[in-house]
Design a protein around this ligand. Structure first.
Ligand code: GTP
Ligand code: MG
Length: 452
């Protein structure tokens, strides 16, 4: 029933995983096979996301999918670089992504950022599947380009298949250690109770049809109600990144998950101090690949409807925060919308103490994740903020009472040039890392050594 597609929005699929495990390659392959299906025109590239319509997905999945079983319009994939905190992917009431693909290199298994992704998926209750990637690197592998995984497995030697199985069961065991019961996806009866593992190769495309099938099935079965939105309502979204763009100044790369955003709309955006109230000057989408060579990277569009990624250009966005809410005001009182944004920001506010460490993180979501991890480790926080490490942070850290608290913990942030000399002369210890638990472990080791 395709008329439903007018009111059901596209599910948002986050692709997560450890650095180099193949997230971008997997998306490239999905895009590439769509292109070779002769459906290149159907794929729309968004800011930070790729929209693949249902017809294209069913074309790629071949006989694994019957498109008449589905009425969702397709899938919107968001790529998250492994070094960047995907904890930005938050939205009103929890996770921005409706569903996630956790990419794990079959040979490497779980790695630090895999563990972090799992923690966030657990905390936000986001349904996910595991893409056990790079099966083609199994010694003696006989590649079956683009084929469903069962067909590919049938073409392997017994030895290659058993080597792959060993790696797959290792991953299933690691998922179980993390508290998730998992199995190879074709053995999973109930995807609400068990995590499906899809063996695949982003390089050869084998197993990719299976992944698309599982994703469509999951979103159709468990999320249809959440996908029903007022497509003409005032837009709601989340800032993925704040970026300076030549000719536009500070812009926000935004994922819109509800309603519609129009050029000229008044919006309220979560800022580092107060909410920012501004008016949209331009809505920007990447130009098709062949046009990117030209000077202009973007195309101006009049409106975007959920779900979509879009770059918003507007005055005063330089104090916007990654992970913060974006709300279109439209026919509502401005004060009401400001209060909404404030309430959402308050949800993420970190409990601070009289004495403790200074925490800096790249996004609101990662700040929240840091605060949770520090609470568990019983490390008090004096101040927690989004942004790079500035002289002011060093001054604040110096005011801590206990010596062990004269420390700054920076997650995915830089030390600003003008803070370097200050740090040298101050009695403050700086820890930076892009893995939360390693950052906290480093700090704990330092405290233990100090106490010795
Ligand atoms: P970050 O964005 O840095 O976190 O990495 P990523 O997860 O996006 O990984 P990416 O797709 O950039 O792949 C990392 C490397 O693994 C590249 O050299 C890819 O060519 C390679 N790779 C990815 N998938 C496969 C696969 O299925 N098989 C093989 N043999 N190599 C792969
Ligand atoms: Mg990548």
């Amino acid at each position: 029933d395709h008329t439903n597609a007018d009111t059901l929005r596209t599910p948002i699929v986050a692709v997560l995983g450890h650095v180099d495990h193949g997230k971008t390659s997997l998306l490239d392959t999905i895009r590439g096979s769509a292109v070779s299906e002769g459906e290149a025109g159907a794929i729309t590239q968004h800011i930070g996301a790729t929209d693949i319509p249902l017809d294209t997905i069913s074309g790629m999945a071949g006989d694994l999918i019957d498109p008449t079983d589905f009425d969702l319009p397709g899938l919107l994939f968001i790529d998250t670089p492994g070094h960047h905190s995907f904890s930005t992917l938050r939205a009103r009431g929890g996770a921005l992504a409706d569903i996630a693909v956790l990419v794990v290199d079959v040979n490497d298994g779980f790695q630090p950022q895999t563990e972090e992704a799992i923690d966030i998926l657990r905390r936000t209750g986001t349904p996910f599947v595991v893409a056990a990637n790079k099966v083609d690197t199994t010694p003696g592998w006989n590649p079956q380009d683009g084929q469903p995984i069962q067909r590919s497995l049938a073409a392997q030697s017994e030895r290659a298949e058993s080597m792959l199985n060993e790696n797959l069961y290792e991953i299933i065991g690691q998922l179980s250690d993390a508290g998730f019961s998992a199995d190879l996806y074709w053995r999973v009866q109930d995807f609400q109770k068990n995590i499906g593992v899809v063996p695949l190769s982003a390089l050869t495309g084998e197993g990719v049809p299976d992944l698309l099938t599982v994703l469509m099935g999951l979103s159709q079965r468990f999320m249809k109600e959440e996908m029903a939105i007022d497509v003409q309502g005032p837009g709601e979204g989340t800032v993925l990144e704040v970026k300076d763009e030549r000719g536009f100044g500070a812009t926000i790369d935004t994922v819109v998950y509800d309603g519609v955003v129009r050029n000229g709309d008044q919006i309220v955006v979560g800022g580092q101090d107060d909410p920012i109230v501004t008016e949209i000057r331009a809505l920007l989408q990447p130009r098709p690949l062949e046009e990117i060579r030209t000077e202009k990277k973007f195309e101006k569009v009049a409106e975007v409807g959920a779900a979509a990624g879009v770059k918003i250009a507007a005055p005063d966005l330089d104090r916007a925060m990654a992970g913060a809410p974006v709300r279109v005001v439209r026919d509502r009182p401005l004060e009401e919308v400001i209060a909404e944004v404030e309430a959402e920001l308050a949800e993420i506010e970190v409990d601070t103490a009289e004495d403790g460490v200074v925490v800096k993180a790249d996004t609101l979501g990662s700040l929240e994740a840091m605060a949770n991890a520090l609470r568990e480790a019983e490390v008090p926080i004096l101040r927690a903020e989004v942004g790079d490490i500035a002289p002011r942070d060093i001054a604040v850290a110096e005011t801590a009472n206990q010596d062990e608290h004269k420390a700054i913990l920076g997650f995915n942030v830089d030390l600003l040039a003008n803070a370097e000399s200050e740090l040298e002369s101050a009695d403050v210890k700086l820890f930076t890392n892009d893995v939360i638990y390693q950052l906290i472990e480093d700090y704990e080791t330092y405290v233990e050594e100090k106490q010795r």
